[in-house]
Design a protein around this ligand. Structure first.
Ligand SMILES: [Zn+2]
Length: 126
């Protein structure tokens, strides 16, 4: 045995489809064979890193979920093809989060072009 303990901090996100996604937020390691009082509990730096990482993962998950909703054509309800992904910055209370946001191709249905290509998510980040 190494004397090293680990605390994995995971976040479980549940999407609009009810599917869960787990993401590792942070890993804390401590040596219990040579304990120091300063090693008990989280450090201020670890606490800040956990909060910042949580914010990034939460924001990315929200972007993914909003993107899935936007992917459905409002004219015919079919899923539009993904054109590409773009990196966007979202300013949050706990810092700027870089997220990966999808862009979709326009639908070929007879819906008005504005309706068939609408992306609420990208409109927010424009
Ligand atoms: Zn359509």
């Amino acid at each position: 045995m190494t004397g090293i303990i680990e605390m994995k901090i995971l976040a479980e996100f549940v999407g609009v489809d009810g599917v869960s996604a787990r993401r590792e937020i942070f890993l804390v390691r401590r040596n219990v064979d040579q304990p120091h009082l300063k090693d008990f509990g989280l450090t201020l730096e670890e606490g800040k890193a956990i909060l910042q990482r949580m914010q990034v993962e939460h924001t990315q998950f929200q972007v993914e979920q909003c993107g899935m909703r936007d992917r459905e054509c409002v004219g015919c309800e079919r899923l539009r093809a993904i054109h590409d992904y773009r990196t966007r910055s979202i300013h949050t209370l706990y810092g700027v989060c870089q997220v990966r946001a999808p862009r979709f191709r326009s639908c070929n249905c007879s819906a008005p072009r504005d309706a068939a290509s609408a992306s609420r998510l990208l409109a927010l980040m424009a």
